[in-house]
Design a protein around this ligand. Sequence first.
Ligand code: ADP
Ligand code: MG
Length: 709
Amino acid sequence: MRAAPRLSAASERPDPAAARADAGSRPVTALRGVGAALAQRLERLGVTSVADLLFLLPLRYEDRTRVTPIGALTPGTRAAVEGEVQLTEVTYRRRRQLLTRLADGSGFLTLRFFYFSGSQQQNLARGTRLRAFGEVRRGPLGLEIVHPEYRRLGEAAAPLEETLTPIYPLTEGVPQGRLRALIAQALDEVARGGLVDLIPPHAGLPAGLPALHEALVYLHRPPRGAELAELAAGRHPAQRRLAFEELLAHTLALRVRKRALKSDPAARLDDAALARRLIGSLPFSLTRAQARALAEVEADLATGVPMVRLLQGDVGCGKTVVAAAAAARAAGAGKQAALMAPTELLAEQHGRNFTEWFRPLGLPVALLCGGQPARTRRSALEGLASGEIRIVVGTHALFQEGIEFADLALVIVDEQHRFGVQQRLKLAEKAHGARLLPHQLIMTATPIPRTLAMTAYADLDISVIDELPPGRTPVQTVVLPEERRAQVVQRIVAACRAGRQVYWVCPLIDESDELRAQAAEETAAALAAALPGVRVGLVHGRMPPKAKDQAMLAFKAGKIQLLVATTVIEVGVDVPNATLMVIENAERMGLAQLHQLRGRVGRGLEASSCVLLYRSPLSETARARLKAIRATADGFEIARRDLELRGPGELLGTRQTGLAQLRVADLMRDADLLPRVQAAAERLEADAVRSAALTSRWIGSDERYGRVG
Ligand code: ADP
Ligand code: MG
């Protein structure tokens, strides 16, 4: 595919700054004393280039710049002390050990060694002056340090460290001292101008952040008296300078991808007639937010430049019709549209909706998913290859080998958080060889806060549906301990008597589908026994697609009143008559998942409720989660809380975004930098050489965004 952007422009247009920046991108083996073996070990720390070494920041610092009088030591701190050995002896208290008593006139301190040599014992003879460093703790003989680092002091005053001592993350076979020496070597290169500052003044670096050199030197060798608390919190300007650069590099990489994608031609879908007819035939009118999102989508489709748009909107806001209208544009132009859903259940549901909407317009809709009869599948494939079928819905079975489209102009991906950048790349690849690239519309119900979305999805344009269709009553959420289960069962009876339907979501007992299925079966049997008048159905991931489909259909048709399910119903399923949802072991589920599940009720005009059953004792986080989900129904607010509780890696899905693996930056902590990062990316985007240098410095040959280097 063409998405691999041409970033190696440096060789064509020599730029002295970018060329010099290459000193940092030299392999670590360029440093003195680094052979293949050490290089391999360093790679485990993510270090392959000299610059990587510089961006390997200390986990913490120790202050060996001053000596603390022994009398002023506090347990639990790490400190340097100086004193004279009063006594050194081997004792056998439980196990053999060496004890050295050190005094400085203000008090005395025990140094305790469990591993020691004979010469070490001799070196610690009475009268020796020592400087020792380590963690002070309370021991049986008063304050002590176990296995301190120490050195003997001669007659002359030994100089103290001038800078704080960095403690780096370690990997087997690379001791702290070795790493320090290597980083010192790398820092020398910086001092010689080997690592160019790639952020020019016009990039708009926030005020008060230092230049690159200054930041690196500060972080590897903080001066005496540096703000340790600020450093520990990751809020020091030197750290923020690097975080800014890292976030900028990622943003640029994604934008470059987007530009590359958009440089290919796509079909111009400028006939609105069919889409208008589809919208006109719906039993409702679009909300303002839907209409706005659709207008944005249609504007993209009409241009002949590939659309890469994320359609973001809370569960139940009505993304599907927007997608259908887009598909109508493709079909109206005589071309094809494909909608891909993350599960068969959802694919089938979308298939039914699309069929309902498109059949009256004279357009057949094909369904392609895993467990289909061969004949159905074959005829769908033929229809797609001949172009007779213009609209197809399916799972990722849609993009397997051997599936041919006559003229695919639009790909719609539902519930994007299940798909990642990698899959997006694949989709575009599918069309490689075709003259035109298909437009892409990606729908997600994970309402990521805007600044975060703009960074994590900088390769996409974003439309937001921030309004629910009218007439919905907010779902009332109740949190109850497991002991009140009997009471909850009574609520089911009441709901069914009133003609409503109920979901019961089974606990997340295990990661295995097998055990989940078993638990769901047992729960369904128990509930059926407890509720003789109620028709109970079951859906879980282990059922054959057909049985699953039948159960869902029966539930949708009202033949099943109580549907017991695993979390397979999490995404997208739409049954407006269901007004009660019970979630077992809610304390084990994440906020986003609870919100998604709860979104299955409250889809009709009736008031709905969601009962969250939990098992005690609740952890701190679980308590916070349940409190948050009860307090708010706003997906964006929930996303914000989720971000606080879990961090962005979890929210975005670790596999889904390169941003889940940042080295220096932290999306949560550094969120306030994001607007400026965006602005800087806009200013620097056109500067291909600089952008390439930044990306290769921070992302290197990593393929998480496709090939960028
Ligand atoms: P989601 O955004 O979660 O995918 P859906 O597209 O499944 O939401 O829509 C949820 C429900 O709302 C569906 O039953 C759909 O038909 C209905 N719906 C969508 N748009 C509107 C609207 N403008 N007015 C009323 N109901 C709507
Ligand atoms: Mg949906």
